[in-house]
Design a protein around this ligand. Sequence first.
Ligand code: HEC
Ligand code: HEC
Length: 359
Amino acid sequence: MKLKSLVRPLILAAATVGAAAFAQAAKPAAPAAPTAAQQQVVIDRALLGVFKALPARFEDPKNPITPEKVELGRMLYFDTRLSKNQDVSCNSCHDLNKFGVDGKPTSPGHKKQLGGRNSPTVYNAGGHILQFWDGRAPNLEEQAKGPILNPVEMAMPNEARVVETLKSIPGYVTAFQKAFPGQADAVTYDNMAKAIGAFERQLVTPSRFDKFLAGDEKALTEAEKHGLKKFLEQGCQTCHNGPAIGGSLQKLGLVVPFQSKDQGRFDLTKQESDRMIFRVPTLRNVTKTGPWFHDGSVTEIQTAVKLMAQHQFGKQITDEDAKAIVTFLDSLTGELPKSYITKPKLPASGPKTPKPDPT
Ligand code: HEC
Ligand code: HEC
């Protein structure tokens, strides 16, 4: 890919003026080459159009966000009673206090069984065009129906059992009626997924990068802008873009094949054109969401950056450039919405609520 020269480093304007005045009085010794952090880096703003600032929430007209749905969704997100042995919740693998991940290569679910893929973050996931590493769910609401019935995750035997459990908890019956007013039978598997989706649609983590996108040049340090420059020069934004800085379907190993048992979307569709196609992960908070890649096999973020350059562009980048890019990636770390993610008081079980089933 060809990108025109993106940035031009300038010596700090104030330093230049000072040096000019000084030069008239005496001949200064040749200055040491400024380090990346000292140079003023100017980013061509035309190149930033592929990114989008994070919205306050990712709306979907099919599932309007209401405070009642969000409140219900938050409870469901934390409730281990949605799992067979009542010991796993969404938050077990997507810990909201840990940037929406559990920090493990793959996550233990029911009976501590491990799945085959790394748990991606739920923060800013509303900004993805599709959900899961292979994009097999169209949106957050459909996605939420998966893990509860997945035998290695929450392992509920079927939807009916989940609904039966929810109906056995009087506080949930009331909460579903409030969240889905006017429905004769509000406690349904679909409505459960809608409530969880509505809650997730506001899991957004704006960062200094959003301020920079909005025009605040000072929102990023010079070192971060230097890293952004390297990121743009490499062309990383061809796949990592939009509000999540990720999100579309792309090939892992575009130029240099990437060895993996997991063939991504091909395993789902069996279409040759889908071989090694993965949903591009978000780069927001990425320095906090390791280990990285679909199998959690990469334990250093700098290695992840180098592997990207190698497999997506066929380029070996220097440690220095990889480090610079990581410095930029750090600026994508946002603020966790502390009060929004506080674990709520969960409604008490009723006499008919099933007991934990360890089998
Ligand atoms: C046992 C661990 C585990 C539990 C429990 C779990 N997840 Fe996940 N989650 C994963 C893994 C692993 C993936 C990726 C699987 C794949 O792509 O095939 C995933 C993917 C996702 C994604 C897609 C994100 C993206 O970038 O594509 C969302 C959203 C999500 N989970 C939300 C939830 C919600 C909501 C719950 C509770 C109803 C939940 N998860 C329960 C492990 C878990
Ligand atoms: C051709 C599309 C494409 C390009 C270009 C690209 N990436 Fe990626 N990136 C992906 C895909 C697909 C994945 C998921 C890899 C996987 O499934 O294991 C990914 C994963 C990553 C990850 C790991 C994220 C995680 O949560 O595991 C990082 C970090 C990353 N890319 C950074 C970069 C950087 C930096 C560049 C530029 C040097 C870049 N990418 C260029 C498609 C791309």
